[in-house]
Design a protein around this ligand. Structure first.
Ligand SMILES: Nc1ncnc2c1ncn2[C@@H]1O[C@H](COP(=O)(O)OP(=O)(O)OP(=O)(O)O)[C@@H](O)[C@H]1O
Length: 327
């Protein structure tokens, strides 16, 4: 997958450069699995999530999706109608439960909208389906004529989840879906995601900058840096045995529940690289505490170093990195 945003300048809006927001990233999500995508702000997580659903048009790559008839669909090949059909299978849950719900629509219309648009239900059938969805996500179905402002942040996120579930999808992209919520509410919504996954055999691409959330919910994790995937492994392996210095630095910044366990935080030098003008070689080298000459000159390959564990670092086999403390 690639997504390059053009940078346009001048009166004629000429393209002068590209922001390589997602640059040659590959991943798969198994049925019933949660793939956690983590990385600092601006590294391309949202762009990747939206590109997978073709909510924004990728610049290149391929997307293969096994639909409910067990057929492998090439999503990049679909026309407008094909895309509308496949979107019933693939939905998105957004970050902000305040701005993503139309304040002038009732819950019935918000949750029912995908059913109306896809001509799946209307009238009494629609009402019944919305009531069912409200109960599935833990809302009182008698409140279906209420407006979003009558609900708390956590309840609004439940409305957003019910809307995403309306067309009975197989795959959800959850983009910072719990980040705007208080910690206690976050835990409830994460539990809801897990219950729904078990009940409906859902697959998630779960995007978050919060490693605690990612560790809790994911089966496998991908770490992105400046539009590239730099490490990918099972959750257990990634947290216990990171192989990329960037992952190590992220893990060192993760709060630990036990205050008696001491840990050293790795403070990275400088800022995240600019994806419109990235450094030479490994994009992480100007901030990497272990960087060598080769890192400045050559981009590392994204290689499998043990079963299911991929990393893009020249020094992956040499460094003894620290995993998360207290896991
Ligand atoms: N529409 C756009 N036009 C130009 N550049 C964009 C556009 N959307 C995003 N970008 C740039 O693409 C890069 C990746 O952004 P993206 O939002 O995907 O990152 P992210 O990891 O999801 O960050 P965040 O968590 O802050 O949303 C950033 O440098 C961003 O400025």
């Amino acid at each position: 997958m690639k997504k390059y945003y053009p940078i346009k300048r001048g009166f004629l809006k000429k393209t002068v450069a590209y922001v390589k927001a997602v640059d040659d990233v590959s991943l798969y999500v198994n049925e019933g699995e949660t793939f956690g995508l983590v990385g600092e702000s601006g590294c391309g997580k949202s762009t990747l999530g939206k590109s997978l659903l073709r909510a924004i048009e990728p610049s290149g790559g391929s997307i293969r999706f096994r639909d409910r008839h067990d057929e492998l669909v090439d999503v990049m090949d679909l026309d407008y109608k094909g895309l509308r059909d496949i979107r019933r299978n693939m939905q998105m849950v957004f970050q902000d439960p305040y701005s993503s719900l139309n304040p002038r629509m009732t819950v019935l219309n918000i949750i029912g909208e995908p059913l109306i648009c896809n001509k799946i239900a209307r009238g009494e059938e629609l009402r019944e389906r919305v009531k069912y969805l409200m109960e599935v996500v833990g809302l009182n179905s008698r409140h279906l004529e209420r407006y979003p402002h009558a609900f708390s942040g956590g309840q609004r996120q439940r409305i957003g989840i019910a809307r995403a579930l309306a067309t009975n999808p197989k795959f959800l992209v959850c983009d910072e879906a719990v980040s705007a919520l208080d910690v206690s509410i976050q835990a409830q919504i994460i539990n809801l995601f897990q219950d729904l996954q078990n009940e409906f055999n859902l697959s998630y691409l779960f995007i978050s900058h919060d490693l605690g959330v990612i560790q809790h919910i994911s089966d496998r994790v991908g770490v992105m840096y400046v539009g590239k995937m730099v490490e990918m492994a099972s959750t257990e392996e990634l947290f216990a045995n990171p192989k990329h210095p960037y992952t190590e630095a992220l893990l060192s910044a993760k709060p630990i529940p036990n205050p008696r366990l001491k840990k050293e935080r790795i403070i990275l030098r400088g800022e995240v690289a600019n994806p419109a003008n990235p450094p030479s070689g490994c994009y992480f080298h100007p901030r990497c505490p272990y960087a060598q000459e080769i890192c400045k000159q050559q981009a590392p390959e994204f290689k499998e170093i043990s079963s299911g564990h991929h990393v893009a670092c020249h020094l992956a086999n040499e460094l003894e990195l620290k995993g998360a403390v207290g896991i």
